[in-house]
Write a protein that binds this ligand. Structure first.
Ligand SMILES: NC(=O)C1=CN([C@@H]2O[C@H](COP(=O)(O)OP(=O)(O)OC[C@H]3O[C@@H](n4cnc5c(N)ncnc54)[C@H](O)[C@@H]3O)[C@@H](O)[C@H]2O)C=CC1
Ligand SMILES: O=C(O)C1=N[C@H](C(=O)O)C[C@H](O)C1
Length: 249
């Protein structure tokens, strides 16, 4: 059966790539490709069953509310989701059953594995810090992936009873030590020529362990996006964060 797919942010870097990927898949049909200024009713009028959102953190919640209210499944790559936003989505879903939502900070298979391995490794090392590196047109810092990695790492360390990373800094130019995300330092680099990259640096007694992932192009996210489109309607939870469970992790 063919799934009817709509794309929000269709003229953007990611949205355009998603449109190409959907058009290239035999089991998917691109029925709506909307961008800034287009009415969301174009999605329902086109009969979209699943909508992919790669827009902007400032507008994604409005889009998602529309989709949930209209019973359209959503696959969301746009960043900016914290616990409060996720709770808000759950409250909309409670009011209006039907729409399933998948929010993933990163659809790259390697990036998901990086987060997974970092979470596993984090309790075994005294220190952990994250460096994310992206193209300079990125709207948010730190990246959604880095925030999510820091949250997962912090939770794993808390569960294992690992002490906070040691840090004797007493003098600092503000920002030099990066952002503090649940006790994990996150550093954001913005550099022309880059796409999306992240290193998780772990340090212990006389050894370091670095986990690095590189997205060389935006095609790298498409297998994960298409997996989400194909599976979102049947996921066990109405709101799923990350594609880890879809990969069996
Ligand atoms: N989860 C993942 O794997 C990935 C997530 N992202 C995230 O996706 C988002 C978009 O990234 P890019 O494509 O690089 O940005 P972009 O700026 O190239 O594209 C965003 C597009 O959304 C459009 N837009 C803005 N408001 C809109 C609205 N209300 N309705 C419809 N379209 C609207 C813009 O006109 C633009 O064409 C960011 O939050 C980024 O961090 C990016 C890459 C991978
Ligand atoms: O804006 C981007 O480009 C990316 N955004 C996502 C994020 O913020 O983690 C995913 C990937 O890093 C690319």
């Amino acid at each position: 059966m063919v799934i009817r797919v709509g794309v929000l942010g269709a003229r953007g870097r990611m949205g355009a790539e998603v449109c190409r990927a959907v058009e290239g898949a035999d089991d998917l049909e691109l029925v709506a490709a909307l961008d800034h200024g287009d009415a969301l009713d174009g999605l329902t009028e086109a009969g979209a069953e699943v909508v992919v959102d790669f827009t902007h953190p400032d507008v994604v919640m409005g889009n998602l509310r529309y989709l949930v209210e209209h019973g359209v499944h959503a696959v969301v790559g746009t960043t900016g989701f914290d616990a409060a936003r996720l709770d808000t989505v759950r409250s909309w879903q409670a009011e209006r059953p039907g729409a399933q939502v998948l929010v993933a900070p990163n659809f790259g298979i390697g990036a998901v594995l990086m987060m997974h391995f970092a979470t596993k490794a984090a309790p075994f090392f005294e220190s952990v810090e994250i460096v994310e590196l992206h193209h300079p047109n990125k709207a948010d810092a730190p990246s959604g992936t880095a925030r999510r990695t820091a949250e997962l790492v912090a939770a794993a360390r808390a569960e294992a009873g690992t002490d906070p990373s040691p840090d004797a800094t007493s003098q600092e130019i503000p920002g030099a030590r990066g952002a503090d995300v649940e006790g994990v330092r996150v550093h954001a680099v913005r550099l022309s020529g880059l796409i999306a990259h992240q290193e998780v640096l772990l340090g212990g007694h006389g050894e370091t362990f670095t986990i690095r992932h590189d997205s060389m192009n935006r095609e790298s996210f498409m297998p994960g996006v298409l997996l989400g489109v194909r599976r979102v309607a049947d996921l066990p939870d109405r709101l799923t964060v990350g594609i880890e469970s879809l990969l069996g992790l």
